[in-house]
Design a protein around this ligand. Structure first.
Ligand SMILES: Cc1ncc(COP(=O)(O)O)c(C=O)c1O
Length: 337
């Protein structure tokens, strides 16, 4: 099988497995796991923030980040195709008691001009905005990357209104590689940033939430409340530390493989990172039917919207496999069966 469903399907490398076996551990709920402490410190440095918190999933990191910046009864602004809206089971409502108000830029990344129109200052008849969330890279929009200017403007203008920004940077290292800058530069002005170890970086489990020391101290309590106090999870953090050192340099290969795949399919646009989304409405078949036909041919992709399939490149698929997957997808899309 050539598995292009997601970069979450990656398996830990031999060096990650070795580091896991040898990890020094302690009880992290007492703050005594030296490997987790090192990972949190390294993550904070890489994001240019005061502190960071190891969480089991990106969803938990986003949930805590948004909770830190909001009060019950407020609104949270997000893109209409964002992960916090589509794929996190309404955690913003469930945990933070907020409503998501969406902005959209017709398949492009929403800019400050879009966010601005959605922000409300409250009053007698409308709920005030609590915070703004931005997703970078953007999963459902095909791994699009914000320009530094655009993201800086969103953060700067949101702050001018006295509001906070949470960055869903699940794939911030892909964004950094694509722009040729450090992750710290990208998330410089965001108040909190979540990034995942378990996607393109290839670690088996875990995400980090980075921000001010005060926010992360509060975040630690919120993590416990969500059942995320993980005890001797240094075995997981050890793989994360290896991922942070070894994986960013090879993300450019994933991006090149995504371009190979997109070119092989004859798509008109070139994916900027490791995610390719493609519309299949012209086939008269549903994405699920096409995904089923592809599975029978040895290629796994994800149906992600009514007419859209997604393929994601990662460390466990080669250039050759991406080329051959593109040929198979092209054949299945044109075969009419
Ligand atoms: C953009 C984005 N944010 C957050 C998440 C959540 O990560 P997790 O699956 O670890 O909860 C994902 C996962 O795919 C994602 O793509």
């Amino acid at each position: 099988m050539i598995d292009l469903r997601s970069d979450t399907v990656t398996r830990p490398t031999p060096s990650m497995r070795r580091a896991m076996a040898e990890a020094e551990v302690g009880d992290d709920v007492y703050g005594e796991d030296p490997t987790i402490n090192r990972l949190e410190q390294r993550a904070a440095e890489l994001m240019g923030k005061e502190a960071a918190l190891f969480v089991p999933t990106g969803t938990m990191g986003n949930t805590i980040g948004i909770k830190l910046h909001t009060e019950h009864g407020q609104e949270v602004i997000c893109d209409s195709r964002s992960h916090v809206l589509d794929w996190e089971l309404s955690m913003v409502a469930w945990f933070s008691g907020c409503v998501l108000r969406t902005v959209s830029a017709d398949g492009e990344l929403p800019e400050w001009q879009h966010y601005r129109t959605a922000i409300r200052t409250g009053g007698d008849n409308s709920a005030p905005t609590g915070c703004v969330t931005v997703e970078n890279t953007h999963n459902m929009l095909g791994g699009l990357v914000y320009t530094l200017d655009s993201l800086d403007e969103i953060c700067h203008e949101t702050h001018r209104l006295g509001l906070k920004v949470h960055l869903d940077g699940a794939r911030i290292f892909n964004a950094a590689v694509s722009l040729g800058v450090s992750p710290a530069r990208i998330c410089g002005d965001a108040d909190t940033v979540m990034f995942c170890l378990s996607k393109g970086l290839g670690a088996p489990v875990g995400s980090l939430l980075a921000g001010s020391a005060a926010d992360i101290a509060r975040g630690r309590r919120l993590r416990k409340r969500l059942g995320g106090g993980m005890r001797q999870a240094g075995v997981l953090a050890a793989a994360g530390l290896v991922a942070l050192e070894e994986s960013p340099p090879r993300l450019a290969t994933d991006h090149e493989n995504a371009r190979l795949f997109a070119r092989g399919l004859g798509l008109p646009t070139c994916p900027p990172t490791n995610i390719v989304v493609f519309d299949v409405s012209h086939t008269g078949r549903t994405p699920a039917q096409i995904a089923g036909a592809l599975k029978a041919e040895g290629v796994l992709v994800s149906p992600v919207a009514e007419t859209v399939l997604r393929a994601v490149t990662h460390q466990n698929v080669s250039a050759e496999e991406c080329r051959s997957a593109a040929e198979i997808v092209k054949r299945v899309l044109t075969s009419g069966t």
